[in-house]
Design a protein around this ligand. Structure first.
Ligand code: FAD
Length: 477
C-alpha cells in the first residue's frame, strides 16, 4: 500500500480537542501528523463574528444536527444535539463561554485513581493554554495560544445583576476561572479582539505552515484499522472515494462525544452483543463504549424590565443597531462581539455542598422560542439560563446501523433523576431571590417566564420538565 505508515500520528476529528493535539504533536518536526475532519473550513463570518453563532447553528454544513430519541423525562420531546461540523468543531460554533470548572471536579477525578488529573496538577496546563485578560499570576496564564477575554460590552443591567446576586448572598468573584469558581461576576469568553477564538484559530492555524502536518477536511473517517487489538490506521471517505492510511505510532480519536463512540463501534470496539446485532465483527468487547453519556440541562427565565436599554430593544432601533455595528468594526466590542452570557453566578442552592451546583447565566436580552428558532422578544426584558453543574442522569449512544453515514441513536433522559429537577427548582427560587433585591428593584417590572404564578413545587417541576433543554455539553461516552 502506497500510504503504509505515511504518518506517525493520525488525529481523527479537528474539533476543540483535535486542533490542540495536532498543533502540539506537530511541534516536533520529527513527527508526521495527519489531521482528518469530516467538516468544512471556518472561512465564514458566522463562525468568526461571535453573534454569528445563531446563524451557524441551523446550517447542516456547519453543524451535525444529531437528533435524540424522545425523552421520557420531558414529555417525550426529541432534541437537536448540535456538534460542530467544521474545523475547530464545537469551538467554531459554540457559545464561547470560558468556564474552567471547579477545583473539586478535578480532585474528584484524581481520587478515583486518575493520576495527574487533580486541579493542582492540571493548573500548569490551564495556565499554559491561555492568554487571559483577567486574573492573577498564580491561577491564570497570560502568554498561551488561546485568548480569553471579558465579555466586551457594558450594560448597567449586567452590573445590577452582579450587585443583586451579592445582595442575595452570592459572593462577588472578579475571576470565575481563578482559584475559586464560586460567586458572581462578568463572563469570560474564548475571543480575541472581538473575534471568536476557536481552537482551530488558536492552536492549529499557527502550525499550518509546518511541513510535517497535513490537515484534510471533508474526510469522514468510517473505520479504525486494527491489527489484533492495535490501531494502525483509518479508512475514510473523501469526495466520494474510500481511502485508507496508516500511522506508525498512534491513531487518536477525538470526533466528539457522539461520533467517537460511533466510530469505535463501527470498528468492532464496543459491546460485542450490540455489535453482533448490526453484523459487526467484535474485536474488543468493551461494553462501556457509548455508555455514561452526560449533558447539562438548562431551564430559562425572563423578567420584564424598565429604565434600561436591553440588547434586544437596542438592536430594533436602527440608529442604535448602526452604532453597535460601528463599535464592532472599529473596536471589536458591543452586541456583535458578545458570547451567550454576560454575567453569571456559580452558586450553591442548598447547604451541605462543597461546590456550586448551579450556573445562573444572565444576559440583557430576551427571546421567544418559535418553531423557526429563537426570535427577539419585542418588549424590554432580560433573560437567565439556569444550568446544573453536576447531573445524576446518564444516557447512552448506540449504533443505529452499520452504515457510517447514519447518525447514531442518542438515548437520554435529561431529567431522569428527581434530584436534578429539585436542584433546578431551587436554582429558580434563588434566581427569584436575586431579582427581588433592591439592586434590581429599579429595573424589574415582573417575571415574564415562567411567571410568578408558577410557584409551588409541583408547578415548578412541571415547568422544568416541559421547558428545559440542553446546554450542548455532551461528554462521558
Ligand atoms: C451550540 C454549542 C454551544 C456550546 N457552548 C459552549 C460554551 O459556551 N462553552 C463551552 O465551554 N462549551 C460549549 N459547548 C461545548 C463545546 O463546544 C464542546 O464540549 C467541545 O467543542 C467538544 O470538543 P471535542 O473536541 O470533544 O469535539 P468537537 O469539538 O465536536 O470536535 C469533533 C470533530 O470531529 C469531527 N468529526 C466527527 N465525526 C467525524 C468522522 N467520522 N470523521 C472525521 N471527523 C469527524 C467533527 O466535524 C468535529 O470537527 C457548546 C457546544 C455547542 C455545539
Amino acid at each position: 500500500m502506497a500510504e503504509t505508515s505515511q504518518w506517525d500520528y493520525i488525529v481523527v476529528g479537528g474539533g476543540s480537542a483535535g486542533c490542540v493535539l495536532a498543533g502540539r504533536l506537530s511541534e516536533d518536526p520529527g513527527r508526521r501528523v495527519l489531521l482528518l475532519d469530516a467538516g468544512r473550513n471556518d472561512r465564514h463570518l458566522y463562525t468568526r463574528i461571535p453573534a454569528g453563532q445563531m446563524y451557524a447553528f441551523p446550517r447542516s454544513d456547519m453543524n451535525w444536527l444529531y437528533m435524540s430519541e424522545p425523552d421520557p423525562s420531558r414529555g417525550n420531546r426529541a432534541d437537536i444535539w448540535p456538534a460542530g461540523k467544521i474545523i475547530g468543531g464545537g469551538s467554531a460554533i459554540n457559545g464561547m463561554m470560558y468556564v474552567r470548572g471547579h477545583r473539586s471536579d478535578y480532585d474528584h477525578w484524581a481520587s478515583l485513581g486518575n493520576e495527574g488529573w487533580s486541579y493542582d496538577e492540571l493548573l500548569p496546563y490551564f495556565r499554559s493554554i491561555e492568554s487571559s485578560e483577567v486574573g492573577d499570576e498564580h491561577s491564570r496564564g497570560f502568554d498561551g495560544p488561546l485568548s480569553v477575554s471579558r465579555v466586551p460590552i457594558k450594560n448597567p443591567l449586567n452590573d445590577a445583576f452582579i450587585q443583586a446576586a451579592q445582595e442575595a448572598g452570592v459572593p462577588y468573584n472578579p475571576d470565575l476561572n481563578g482559584d475559586s469558581q464560586e460567586g458572581v461576576g462578568i463572563c469570560q469568553a474564548s475571543q480575541k479582539r472581538g473575534w471568536r477564538h476557536s481552537t482551530a484559530r488558536a492552536f492549529l492555524a499557527p502550525a499550518m505552515k509546518r511541513s510535517n502536518l497535513k490537515v484534510q477536511l471533508g474526510a469522514q473517517v468510517e473505520k479504525i484499522l486494527l491489527e489484533g487489538d492495535r490501531a494502525v490506521g483509518v479508512e475514510y471517505q473523501l469526495q466520494g472515494r474510500r481511502q485508507s492510511t496508516r500511522a506508525a505510532r498512534g491513531v487518536i480519536i477525538c470526533a466528539g462525544a457522539i461520533a467517537s463512540p460511533q466510530l469505535l463501534m463501527l470498528s468492532g470496539i464496543g459491546s460485542a452483543s450490540q455489535l453482533q446485532e448490526h453484523g459487526i465483527h467484535s474485536v474488543v468487547d468493551l461494553p462501556g463504549v457509548g455508555q455514561n453519556l452526560q449533558e447539562h440541562p438548562v431551564v430559562r427565565m425572563s423578567f420584564h424590565v424598565r429604565n434600561a436599554t436591553t440588547l434586544t430593544s437596542d438592536l430594533r432601533n436602527p440608529l442604535r443597531a448602526l452604532l453597535h455595528g460601528i463599535n464592532y468594526l472599529f473596536r471589536g466590542r458591543g452586541a456583535l462581539a458578545t458570547c451567550i452570557g454576560h454575567a453569571q453566578a456559580l452558586a450553591r442552592t442548598r447547604s451541605g455542598l462543597d461546590a456550586p451546583n448551579a450556573q445562573i447565566i444572565f444576559a440583557p436580552l430576551s427571546y421567544d422560542l418559535t418553531e423557526d428558532g429563537p426570535r427577539p422578544y419585542r418588549k424590554p426584558a432580560v433573560g437567565v439560563g439556569i444550568g446544573l453543574c453536576h447531573i445524576q442522569s446518564r444516557g447512552r449512544i448506540r449504533l443505529r446501523s452499520a452504515t457510517p453515514g447514519h447518525h447514531p441513536i442518542i438515548d437520554y433522559s435529561l431529567l431522569d433523576d428527581p434530584d436534578d429537577v429539585a436542584q433546578l427548582r431551587e436554582a429558580i427560587r434563588l434566581t427569584r431571590k436575586i431579582f427581588a433585591t433592591p439592586a434590581l428593584g429599579n429595573y424589574v417590572v415582573d417575571e415574564r417566564i415562567p411567571g410568578a404564578g408558577v410557584d409551588g413545587d409541583g408547578q415548578l417541576d412541571e415547568y422544568i420538565r416541559q421547558e428545559s433543554g440542553l446546554m450542548f455539553h455532551p461528554c462521558g461516552t
